[in-house]
Write a protein that binds this ligand. Structure first.
Ligand code: PMP
Length: 361
């Protein structure tokens, strides 16, 4: 059996050492007499996993003490629905900058619980660029301003997310967290579903300034209340222990590899290699995103003739390169090249693209 280079957008490839360690510990975790998913989340062994995971994540992302870390179930979408309930008063304005499918989703999730407004959107242009900062129409009394750091489907990424004066910025980092150093103090909160850079699907991370967590928000069940979740160490109910454990292994792997600065360099090289394969193909392959908005993590691209798509997918798979089919919203291809994708995988894709072009002309 051999593992392919997996370009899946998420659930995405996990680092092989993480899978091997999970495999080695599957039948019995340390000396607990059972696997990690067969023991209490309140027992010593799992609590050690949970605490170590938070400590390692704090080290990896340089999270300051005045920011809390929550591990939540329900994915990034659930966080999106809970943002206005936790951080806005009833009827208060919340601003959204919409640069792709996921920004739109975040807005939709917030709309029932706040006066959700679009401060800027690039939808009219097909989500191929970033909105000029000078043209954002923000509400001065907004509870927060929401942005999507990296749009996983449209392949649009902010290289530096603007601040918004006294209005805290909340950013969805689902598909780019830990891909480069990040100054968290520029944000009120950031969040991410785990299934791209942090581990398997089933858990999300919310990193929020502690003073924002003290906001009254709106009536909500305790389980949806981030203050209560923080007091309960993200264990108000049984947490997704397997996912938490896997997230811990993945974070540890990133630390062992040298941390986010090392990944930033690797990711920049990987993206440069792939975009130059596309741009250097004489129009055979095409990426439509403005150069300064191109994502380092998700690279959508199109063949000059869509009739070749099926052959591209079949032949790439045969060459050991899987999950390159684009999202149905855009069609074409998409290569997701998160932290766990080695540079050799991107090189193999670039080589394949060139060979395919020669073969099919
Ligand atoms: N935001 C972004 C940027 C995403 O890429 C995704 C999932 N691909 C989501 C939110 C939704 O995440 P989830 O499926 O964990 O709810």
């Amino acid at each position: 059996m051999s593992r392919a280079y997996n370009f899946s957008p998420g659930p995405a490839a996990l680092p092989e050492p993480v899978l091997r360690q999970a495999q080695a510990e599957m039948l019995e975790y340390r000396d607990s007499g059972a696997s990690i998913v067969e023991i209490s989340h309140r027992g010593e062994a799992f609590l050690e996993v949970a605490h170590r995971t938070e400590a390692d994540l704090r080290t990896l992302l340089s999270i300051p003490d005045d920011y809390a870390v929550l591990f939540t179930a329900g994915g990034a979408t659930t966080v999106q629905a809970l943002l206005p309930l936790n951080f806005a008063n009833a009827g208060q304005t919340v601003d959204y900058v919409v640069t792709g499918h996921w920004g739109k989703t975040a807005l939709k999730q917030a709309a029932p619980s706040a006066d959700a407004r679009i401060a800027a959107s690039t939808e009219a242009g097909g989500f191929r660029s970033l909105p000029a900062r000078g043209e954002w129409t923000e509400s001065p009394d907004a509870a927060y301003l929401h942005v999507t750091a990296n749009e996983t489907i449209h392949g649009v990424e902010f290289r530096e997310i603007p601040t918004a004066g006294d209005v805290p910025v909340i950013a969805d980092f689902s598909s780019s967290i830990a891909s480069e150093p990040l100054d968290i103090t520029r944000f009120g909160a950031i969040y991410a579903g785990a299934q791209k850079n942090l581990g398997p699907v089933g858990i999300a991370v919310l990193i929020a300034r502690r003073d924002l967590l003290e906001r009254a928000g709106q009536p909500r069940a305790p389980i949806f209340d981030y203050r209560t979740q923080l007091e309960g160490e993200s264990m108000l109910n049984t947490p997704p222990t397997w996912n938490w454990y896997m997230l811990g292994l993945t974070v540890k792997w990133m630390l062992d590899e040298g941390g986010v600065a090392v990944f930033a360099e690797r990711n920049a090289r990987k993206a440069a290699l792939l975009y130059s394969a596309i741009d250097g193909s004489g129009g055979y392959y095409r990426n439509d995103v403005a150069i300064d908005a191109r994502s380092r993590m998700n690279v959508p691209f199109f063949l000059h003739d869509p009739a070749l798509d099926a052959a591209f997918l079949t032949e790439s798979k045969a060459a050991g390169l899987v999950a390159l089919k684009g999202h149905r919203v855009l069609g074409g291809m998409r290569a997701s090249i998160y932290n766990a994708m080695p540079e050799a995988g991107v090189q193999a894709l670039a080589d394949f693209m060139q060979e395919f072009q020669q073969r099919h002309g």
